[in-house]
Design a binder for this molecule. Structure first.
Ligand code: GRG
Length: 296
């Protein structure tokens, strides 16, 4: 199946799972439920849940039982976007093609909507009614994987260093730390959660981990490039915001052309990590290529 059709099909499945995880806007208190749903259903490619599903499928697993877990990755990702957009952080007005959560609901409700989504992810991850297919010990490994990747050892740590580096002439290892933690950690965890669900052998788990790391890096380089070359109506946020905020990015170090070359090189490494997998891993291979060629 062509990657665009694959993504569309999986996005529909993920959106349905998310719909069942997050109560309707009119639930009490409606302000926070509306804000959570506003940001969650504003669009979004659902890359992280789809990576988890594709990793499990690469191992031959049936993935219906993975959906609450895959959905939890998107809940955490959306929380991070809401908080990242706040005036105290990146202070952005546009996200996923819409005014940011705090612009519509105010800062206090946006903060609480982010908190609500983060905690709802762990509710979903520990709900025995939804997770009958996953043995408790494996579920604990997944919860640890996701919480470590989202917290100070992952995304939160990356966000802190990113903020503290604004306007500074950071070195390349610092940029690498920001990229691997702020964006890379949750992407890597998404693939590893799919691998855990699919009962990967130690060898395959290692290969999928390498794939996740390379895809995470390629994704971030592509994001840095899109921040310069993208169109606002396609990327759904303001163009040129990294430069405006004095953020050092991949193109800042290497220029656009070299960054493009490196993104492809890293994506090729992701594909190479899957050399011992059969055709069931083709969506993962195609995703690695798609991530560097994407326009949003
Ligand atoms: C607030 C703890 C905390 C962390 C925020 C994710 C993040 C960390 C910041 C977002 C800033 C940013 C633009 C990062 C670049 C990579 C990235 C995460 C892009 C957005 O992800 P996509 O492209 O977005 O998957 P969609 O909308 O498709 O889900």
């Amino acid at each position: 199946m062509e990657i665009k059709a694959y993504l569309h099909k999986k996005k529909t499945i993920v959106d349905k799972a998310l719909e069942s995880l997050v109560p309707p806007s009119k639930s009490f208190p409606p302000s926070v439920f509306s804000a959570m749903r506003y940001s969650l259903f504003a669009g979004g490619k659902r890359v992280r849940p789809i990576l988890a599903i594709a990793a499990a499928e690469a191992l031959g697993a049936k993935t219906a039982g993975l959906l609450p877990i895959a959905g939890s990755l998107e809940l955490i990702h959306t929380y991070s976007l809401i908080h990242d957009d706040l005036p105290a952080m990146d202070d952005d007005d546009l996200r996923r093609g819409r005014p940011t959560c705090h612009k519509v609901y105010g800062e206090a409700i946006a903060i609480l909507a982010g908190d609500g989504l983060l905690n709802m992810a762990f509710e979903a991850l520990s709900d025995p009614r939804r997770l009958k297919a996953v043995p408790a010990s494996r579920l604990v490994s997944m919860i640890r994987e996701i919480s470590t990747a989202s917290g100070v050892f992952g995304m939160v740590g990356g966000q802190v260093v990113d903020m503290e580096s604004e306007g500074k002439d950071v070195d390349f290892p610092t940029l690498e730390y920001i990229h691997t933690h702020k964006t890379g950690a949750l992407i890597r965890a998404s693939v590893r959660v799919g691998a855990l669900y699919g009962k990967a052998s130690a060898k395959r788990f290692k290969a999928l981990t390498r794939y996740g790391e390379m895809v995470g890096l390629a994704f971030q380089i592509a994001d840095d490039i899109l921040d310069i070359t993208g169109k606002q109506e396609e990327i759904g946020k303001d163009v040129g915001s990294d430069l405006k905020k004095g953020k050092k990015t991949f193109p800042g170090f290497y220029g656009l052309e070299e960054s493009r070359r490196r993104a492809v090189e890293v994506s090729d490494k992701a594909v190479l990590a899957l050399k011992d997998f059969d055709a069931k891993a083709d969506p993962l291979r195609d995703l690695a290529k798609y991530i560097v060629n994407r326009v949003n």
